[in-house]
Every structure is written in structure tokens, then in C-alpha cells.
Design a protein around this ligand. Structure first.
Ligand code: WTA
Length: 650
């Protein structure tokens, strides 16, 4: 735990007073009204068994649960004894309900190619993939790593794993060879599903080449299933590599979904923590299914005729819960777009909205701020009248960006839901329901059903209105993570030990007199760069692995577009020159381009206490170009600070 202050750049939030009421016609048709929210929320806390039984009962179970919750802190088991299947609920159930011919996935590639899969087609495709995985020897409980572009096959592969009870672990396609190898090895995956290449800004991203290299240092790997996306002639290793289309063509298109225990693991998703290696956050079947189902329907006010677009890649939790599972469980039509938001130009998102008549758009503040910079004229060229609801996720949204999103993209007629949640929480935890609550730009809002948040001090004292403190959750919820894969001790330590008997989120927050929670930012050594979580330690260990660097300290610096950017202080190895360009390339190779430092400061010393601890607080101030404030007397050599402040940044 570091001495991380609340992010100063969010300071203006403290002075934000605007309140935006939802439009009257939205309120009139809202799925959940103000009164219904109050009543449902109360019931979810007072009678959780009754509340969650009703929600879970809307989905199909092969065996009914015996108890709603077993809670032995910090381990929860939800819908105990029940058996179900998430893919069955997302596909077979919707086909049976008459949605067979409804579009499930509408996909557009960066080059403009469009592919559509109805629920019936998606069910057949997933069934084939499930049969193909089984034929490859994948069994219930086996981990399967996915390293794919954002193409329909990514959703098909996830659902196929879910169908047979294999545990998927999706690794974002922008991660490097060694990040991929580490994740395959940690999960002990025998099978990797990848593609020859993806497309990004007109060029090819050579996933298969990375996968081949990763396989050399991932001994658990036995088979590679390769989607032919770009048809770019990649080498296939006989005995190991199998083409996806060949494997699926050889497989039958009928498959009976496995009846899985409610607590059977559904997926692992690696995310950054404050220390060491990324952790494999483990989610399970029943609770995650119920949580994503309910939140998608209520937060996005989902209706049969909606075209729903969450812009997140499936490599992140938002892509899991709100590009794939949540909307498909609700029988929605999901738009998926493979490419960059600025390809061929900054109008691409708006062109997609116009062309596909998108009605619900869910994206990240970083994207919104980038669009804002391009000016109102770009979206102004497109017909955005199909939009009726906007969402934001992944990082704090500053009120200016919120207002721009609401005014320019939403035309002042679409409610904006700012949703706070985490990889670990599985589903949205805090937001305003669009037809029930007014929005306060910059504040995520109120707890979702069953979520009991509090703002506490480190000592576990609950704070009153407007006091800044640590955001915690006071009771278990269905879609919560169950453990860190292979490291239950780390699970206990990271989430349930910081403050006794509550879930510690790692964020700083305030709650106002109306109960609206404003999340300010991480209080641990996790950075949030463009909505992506990065551990400072991970980047530091990548830096010191370079021969020219002897020591490194990484901090975040407020950034107008990315929210936060990476600043690295490095000490050269004696007799060596640090080449910033080479160092950036090195970090890209070690972790991925998203971790590349924006600024590198080559220093001769770091501010350390006498016991050797680096005082990052001072580094953050220097990185932000602010005067150093605070007690410097514990430093071994306070003069380091002046020298650092005078050092040029590269
Ligand atoms: C941050 C992404 C403010 C927060 C779903 C959290 C937010 C971390 C918001 C989780 C929001 C996410 N307002 N901050 N609406 N949403 N965060 O695991 O710091 O990639 O702890 O999950 O993002 O990031 P993760």
C-alpha cells in the first residue's frame, strides 16, 4: 500500500454542481423507475435470497440451487448446488424464445467488411467450436487461452469454452510475447486460440508470429487453433497447429451444453495489481451470469429493438461482461467493431452509429476526450439520431468530457450512465439507472442491486458525506471474483485484508448527501492509462530488465486525453547510456505498447527514505511539474528532489 494521494486532476470534480435530469419520455418508458429502484434496492439488501432467486429464476437451470449464498469470508458460493450453462442461456434459451432469426452479432472489420450472425447461426457456430475443442482433447475445467482480434470468432470461442466447461483466459491482442507466455504458463493452458493476424490502422498485427514465439516459453501448450482472419500465409507447425475453419468444418453443429456447477469457473482474466505479476482473476458460472444479465438489462434499459454497441475489446473485462455475456444473455443485437476509432479518420465511430443505427453506445472517457479534441464538426457530419442511451466506463470521466458526450453525441436527449466497476467485480457496481436517477457529471452514482458500498478510513471507520476515503463493499455480490487463480492467499491479502471484513476496491472515493459516489482514482500502485490497468511494478521490472538500467520508478501523471500517462525515472547502469527510444521499444516488447513510458527521466538518484523505500509521492509531483510538497525530512538525501526537478524529460 503506497501513500498515493487522490488524483489532483480530478480536483475540479469537487466543485461540480451540475445535475442533469433524464428526459421525460425516457423516464416514462424506463425499465426501472425511481420508485422501483428504491424498492428493488432495499429488497436486494433486506431479502437477498428472495431478490436473487427471482432474478436467477429468469434464466434456465439444469438443476435448481439449494441455497442462494454460502458466505465464509472471504469465499462466497452463489446459487449453491445449482447447475447451469452460460452459453446455453445466451444462445439456446434465446433461440427457444423465438430469437433464432434475430441478429446476435453484427460485426464490422476495419476495412468495412460486415458479417452478421443470428442467434440460430451463433448457436450452430458455437456448437461446432465446442465439438472441435472437445475433439482436440479439451475437457471440462481445462484452461484455454485466447489471443484474438475483435472478430466474431472471439465471442464464439469464449462461448464454446463456456459450453463445455473449459475456462477461457483471454489475453488482449496488444499484449507482447512475454506477457502472453506468462499468462499461458500461469494458467497452464494446453490450448491457445489465435488468428493469423488482426487489423489495426490499416496494417496487420501478427498475432500468430507472437503466439509462435510465446509457445517456445510456454511448455504447457500442446495445440494451437488458428483463425484465418487476414489470409496472410502464416506457417503452421504440424502436429500442433490446426486451422479453426478446418476444425469447425469437421465438427457437427449440434452440441448439448454441459450442466455445470454454479461455482464452476467460467474464466480467468489477468489484470494488474499493486505488486509483482498480473493476477488471474477467477469468475464462476452462476453468479457472473446472473450479475451481468441483470446489470445489462437495467443499466442499459435494454429493449428488443436496440442495437447495442460496447466498444471494448474482449481482452478486457468490459468486453467480457458487456460486449459478449451480458447483452447476449439478454438476447440483444450486439455491434462489434474490430478496428481503431480513428481509422480511416475520427468520424469512424459516428459512421458506424449511423450505418448500423446504434441505439446504445458504451465507451471509455479516453475515447470521448480524444473525440472532443477533434471538435464538434466531426460527429456533426453524421446522423446520430438512433442513439438513445450513452455509457462510460473504465476511468473517472471529467465533467467537461461528460457534458460534451451528453450534448454533442447524445444531442442532449440521451441519458449518460457512468458505470464504476472492476475486473474483480465482474459487473457494474455503481451508476445511475437511466430512467430513474438524475446524473451528476463526474460522479458514478448509486449502488446497483445487492451492492452495499461505504467510504472508509484505513482503520475501517466509515466516513460521512463528502469525506474522501477508501471505497469498500460491505457484503458479497453474485458476480464477484472468487479467487486469484492459483494464489488464494493473494486474493485474501489484496481484497479482504486491507480493512477487515470488507472488500477493498483499491480506489479512493467520496459519497455525497444523496448517496452518489464519486470515484477519484486508484490509491494503490496501479495506473489507469486510457482506461487500461497497469501495475507500476510491472513496468519497473520491465525497465530494469534492460541492460542500460540499474533502477527504475514509475509513476502516473495526469493526462488530458489518457487520464493518466506513464512517467519513468531511471538510473543508468554504471558506464551505460540510456537510450529512451530503445527503452520504450523494450517495454513494448516486454509488456505491450500500452505500457510504453510517455516520459523518461534519466536520474542520478531516486528519493528514498533511510530504509530504502522510494517516495513515489514526490516523484508524482515532479512528474506533474508541480513544486514538491510534504515532509521531505525522512529522505536520506532531500537534495535529490531538486536535481530531479531540474532534469529534462525525454
Ligand atoms: C477505474 C474496468 C471511475 C477504477 C471495468 C477501477 C473507474 C478500475 C470507473 C478497474 C468509473 C472503472 N469511474 N473510475 N466509472 N470505471 N474505473 O479492472 O480505478 O480494468 O478500480 O475494470 O478502473 O479497472 P478494470
Amino acid at each position: 500500500m503506497s501513500e498515493h494521494p487522490v488524483n489532483d486532476h480530478i480536483d475540479n470534480l469537487l466543485h461540480e454542481r451540475r445535475v442533469i435530469a433524464p428526459p421525460g419520455d425516457f423516464v416514462a418508458r424506463a425499465r426501472v423507475s425511481r420508485g422501483e429502484y428504491d424498492q428493488m434496492y432495499r429488497r436486494s439488501l433486506d431479502d437477498p435470497d428472495g431478490f436473487w432467486s427471482e432474478v436467477a429464476g429468469e434464466l434456465a437451470w439444469m438443476t435448481p440451487w439449494e441455497r442462494v449464498l454460502d458466505w465464509e469470508e472471504p469465499h462466497a458460493r452463489w446459487f449453491v448446488g445449482g447447475q447451469t450453462n452460460v452459453a446455453y442461456n445466451a444462445l439456446d434459451r434465446n433461440v427457444q424464445a423465438g430469437r433464432g432469426d434475430k441478429r446476435a452479432i453484427v460485426w464490422e472489420g476495419e476495412d468495412g467488411e460486415v458479417r452478421t450472425l443470428t442467434y440460430a447461426e451463433l448457436l450452430r457456430e458455437v456448437s461446432r467450436a465446442a465439438n472441435a475443442l472437445t475433439a482436440l482433447g479439451v475437457q471440462k475445467g481445462d484452461r484455454v487461452t485466447l489471443y484474438l482480434p475483435l472478430i466474431p470468432e472471439a465471442a464464439v470461442a469464449m462461448l464454446a469454452c463456456a459450453r463445455i466447461g473449459a475456462v477461457h483466459s483471454v489475453v488482449f491482442g496488444g499484449f507482447s510475447v512475454s506477457a502472453l507466455a506468462d499468462r499461458i504458463t500461469n494458467a497452464q493452458s494446453k490450448v491457445l486460440i489465435t488468428a493469423d493476424a488482426g487489423q489495426r490502422r490499416g496494417s496487420l498485427v501478427n498475432l500468430k508470429a507472437n503466439a509462435d514465439e510465446a509457445a517456445r516459453s510456454a511448455p504447457s501448450l500442446e495445440k494451437m487453433l488458428v483463425v484465418c482472419r487476414a489470409d496472410c500465409g502464416v506457417p503452421m507447425q504440424p502436429g500442433r497447429d490446426v486451422w479453426w475453419h478446418e476444425a469447425l468444418a469437421a465438427a457437427g453443429d449440434e452440441h448439448e451444453a454441459a450442466a455445470l456447477d454454479s461455482e464452476h469457473p467460467l474464466f480467468l482474466l489477468y489484470t494488474s495489481g499493486s505488486t509483482g505479476q498480473p493476477k488471474g482473476v477467477q469468475h464462476t458460472t452462476g453468479g457472473y451470469m446472473v450479475g451481468t444479465y441483470l446489470t445489462t438489462r437495467t443499466v442499459f434499459d435494454l429493449r428488443e429493438e436496440d442495437v447495442y454497441w460496447c466498444t471494448a475489446d474482449v481482452g478486457w473485462v468490459t468486453g467480457h461482461s458487456y460486449s459478449v455475456y451480458g447483452p447476449l444473455l439478454n438476447g440483444a443485437t450486439v455491434l462489434m467493431y474490430e478496428g481503431a476509432p480513428n481509422h480511416p479518420d475520427w468520424g469512424r465511430f459516428w459512421q458506424l452509429v449511423e450505418k448500423h443505427r446504434v441505439s446504445i453506445l458504451y465507451t471509455a472517457p479516453t475515447a470521448i476526450r480524444s473525440f472532443m479534441r477533434q471538435g464538434d464538426a466531426v460527429p456533426g457530419r453524421y446522423d446520430l439520431s438512433s442513439l438513445r442511451l450513452l455509457g462510460s466506463v473504465g476511468e473517472p470521466i471529467n465533467p467537461e468530457a461528460w457534458m460534451w458526450y451528453w450534448r454533442v453525441i447524445g444531442g442532449g436527449r440521451c441519458p449518460v450512465v457512468d458505470t464504476w466497476w472492476q475486473t474483480e467485480t465482474g459487473a457494474i457496481m455503481l451508476t445511475t439507472l437511466p430512467g430513474a436517477h438524475p446524473s451528476k457529471p463526474g460522479s458514478a452514482g448509486l449502488p446497483m442491486f445487492g451492492v452495499e458500498p461505504a467510504i472508509m478510513t484505513h482503520a475501517g471507520e466509515e466516513l460521512g458525506p463528502d469525506d474522501g476515503g477508501l471505497l469498500v463493499i460491505k457484503r458479497p455480490w453474485p458476480s464477484m471474483l472468487r479467487t486469484i487463480y492459483g494464489d488464494d492467499e493473494r486474493y485474501r491479502k489484496s481484497y479482504w485484508s486491507e480493512i477487515p471484513h470488507v472488500y477493498f476496491a483499491g480506489d479512493g472515493a467520496r459519497r455525497d448527501a444523496d448517496g452518489y459516489v464519486t470515484v477519484i482514482g486508484r490509491v494503490d500502485d496501479v495506473l489507469n492509462v486510457s482506461g487500461h490497468r497497469l501495475g507500476t511494478m510491472e513496468i519497473e521490472s520491465a525497465l530494469v530488465a534492460h541492460p542500460s538500467v540499474s533502477e527504475a520508478a514509475v509513476v502516473g501523471r495526469p493526462d488530458e486525453v489518457k487520464g493518466e500517462c506513464v512517467v519513468a525515472f531511471v538510473l543508468p547502469q554504471s558506464g551505460q547510456q540510456v537510450d529512451p527510444a530503445a527503452l520504450r521499444a523494450h517495454v513494448s516488447r516486454e509488456i505491450g505498447a500500452l505500457a510504453r513510458p510517455d516520459a523518461i527521466i534519466v536520474a542520478d538518484a531516486l528519493p528514498k527514505t533511510r530504509s530504502g523505500k522510494i517516495m513515489r509521492r514526490f516523484l508524482r509531483q515532479i512528474a506533474a511539474g508541480q513544486p514538491v510538497q510534504g515532509d521531505t525530512s525522512t529522505l536520506e538525501d532531500p537534495s535529490v528532489l531538486d536535481r530531479l526537478a531540474a532534469t529534462p524529460t525525454t
